[in-house]
Design a protein. Structure first.
Length: 396
């Protein structure tokens, strides 16, 4: 790799650190407020940290965790678990974080490299292959500070790094703006739908579709797989080969609402307001519901009420806390608001919100694909920043 430099050479003094020893940070240390702790669940949201945080007190940090902190501009890597996860600490949240036992933190020396550039370099397939090739496979696959420090990234001039960051950052900024709009719009839809009281069973508002297919037998080169992992990543179906799906799935033949029966305390309600061009398949962990009296978005908003999730959680059963399921019949018998009691104008507003969210998510997929195509070309010097900017002129 041209001008490749090891990660350790990019760090400030004591800038590459791991999480605390196990006994230094345990579950009983977590509080409702304080200094947020970066765990694996806070990576995987794109460029920046995301998701829900747990907290420890400032006193705990000062006493035991001062060397395990991260600040805006730092880069966090997963040490064990889902290897290859990397995220920047942005400046819109806390001024200080604690890195958990399964994470590592890099503080980049600004005289050597641009932190955002290093983040992008560590997001390439080339870097992920280095992680895979060097991971310790005994027990839970993992790496350590020594391994991370030896991994290399390309390092052009600071000016070139800044140019690359500006190009890729423009795409990520647009994606972030779309995500914010989606979040605000969908919160409004749920709020509007919450104005009607639960009076009718879910099964009276929708047909439960149960047509099952074997993906391998489909006459299709690609399918849209509505899986639990895909929902958790970006609420967009994974486009995959039918042969890569080994078990039967539910066919989604019309706009529908998917609701997961697994672990209802973590609600997964998916609004399939429009079908993709590919054959659409749903995990059998979902119930596929065809609304009778309203649009999919209205039914989605009704099923996204917090009270409904609490009721489902109370009906769940299973052998462990991580594999609780609610029976389909129990889910369908649960009471929710009746959309027939909702003013037509409100239903129309909620429906439009769903279509807007769908369009923005589709745009984000396209923007992400453009970014991912440009990323290795820019990193390896095969594409000039000026040429990349011309490409983006027709995208942004």
């Amino acid at each position: 790799m041209k001008n490749a430099m090891p990660i350790s050479s990019l760090a400030t003094t004591k800038g590459l650190v791991g999480g605390p020893f196990g006994s230094s940070l345990v579950g009983s240390d977590y509080e409702l407020a304080g200094v947020p702790v970066v765990r694996g669940t806070n990576l995987g949201f794109g460029k920046y940290l995301g998701g829900s945080f747990v907290y420890v007190s400032e006193e705990k940090v000062a006493r035991d965790l001062a060397r395990n902190t991260a600040a805006p501009g730092d880069i966090v890597f997963t040490q064990r678990g889902t290897l290859g996860q990397v995220a920047l600490v942005d400046d819109s949240g806390s001024s200080e974080y604690v890195v958990s036992q399964s994470q590592m933190r890099l503080r980049v020396d600004p005289e050597v490299a641009v932190a955002e550039f290093v983040y992008y370099a560590c997001s390439t397939n080339q870097f992920l292959k280095q992680i895979s090739d060097n991971a310790i496979s005994t027990g839970v696959p993992h790496i350590n500070l020594g391994i991370l420090g030896r991994l290399t990234v390309p390092l052009p001039s600071l000016a070139a790094q800044t140019g690359i960051v500006n190009v890729l950052g423009a795409l990520d900024d647009k994606i972030a703006a779309n995500n914010k709009l989606i979040t605000v719009a969908e919160e409004l839809a749920i709020l509007l739908a919450g104005q009607i009281k639960p009076t009718v069973a879910v099964g009276d508002l929708a047909n439960h579709l149960k047509q099952s297919v074997v993906p391998l037998l489909l006459d299709a080169s690609c399918v849209a797989h509505f899986s639990l992992p895909a929902y958790d990543i970006d609420k967009l179906p994974a486009l995959t080969l039918p042969a890569d799906i080994l078990s039967s799935k539910f066919l989604i033949a019309q706009p529908s609402v998917l609701i997961s029966k697994l672990n209802p305390r973590f609600p997964r309600v998916w609004n399939v307001a429009d079908l993709p061009i590919e054959t659409a398949l749903a995990s059998t962990e979902f119930l596929v519901l065809d609304p009778l009296w309203c649009s999919t978005t209205v039914l989605w908003a009704i099923l996204s009420q917090n009270e409904f999730a609490i009721n489902l959680d109370g009906k769940a059963a299973g052998t462990s806390g991580s594999h609780q399921r609610v029976r389909p019949d129990d889910l369908l018998a649960t009471l929710v608001g009746d959309p027939r009691q909702m003013p037509d104008g409100v239903k129309a507003r909620i429906t439009n919100i769903g279509l807007t969210a769908l369009e923005r998510r589709a745009e984000n997929r396209s923007l992400g694909a453009t970014r991912d195509a440009l990323l290795p070309q820019l990193m390896l010097g095969k594409l000039r920043v000026k040429d990349a900017e011309k490409t983006l002129a027709g995208v942004l």
